[in-house]
Design a protein around this ligand. Structure first.
Ligand SMILES: [Zn+2]
Length: 107
């Protein structure tokens, strides 16, 4: 599904309805997760590679020594092991004080 405007113009309440890859890009645009990582072993910039068994479907990999890490490492998102869409929905509905018994499908 194509987006209607530049991704950086999306508000949280709009982003939660986008596809996971776009939400992942939005988190990077907003600076919540970095665009790239530096390998702790050789200090080279790691490549972002698709990996379907990763929570975000992407992982950073060093082409020199094959080290891997998540873009979430060393961010506040590191300790949240859920999809970014689910994380955003929980934070958004919490912020607008939606109760769990309200008839709004949150997840
Ligand atoms: Zn390396």
């Amino acid at each position: 599904m194509p987006i209607e405007k530049s991704l950086e113009l999306y508000k949280v309440c709009e982003v939660i309805d986008l596809e996971n890859d776009l939400i992942f890009d939005w988190f990077k645009l907003k600076g919540f997760i970095p665009n790239s990582k530096q390998c702790l072993e050789c200090l080279k910039t790691m490549k972002l590679v698709e990996r379907k068994d990763s929570i975000d479907s992407w992982t950073c990999r060093c082409s020199t020594d094959r080290k891997r890490c998540s873009l979430r490492d060393n961010t506040f998102l590191e300790s949240f092991y859920c999809e970014l869409k689910a994380f955003l929905k929980k934070v958004h509905y919490w912020s607008i004080q939606t109760r769990q018994i309200d008839p709004i499908p949150i997840l």
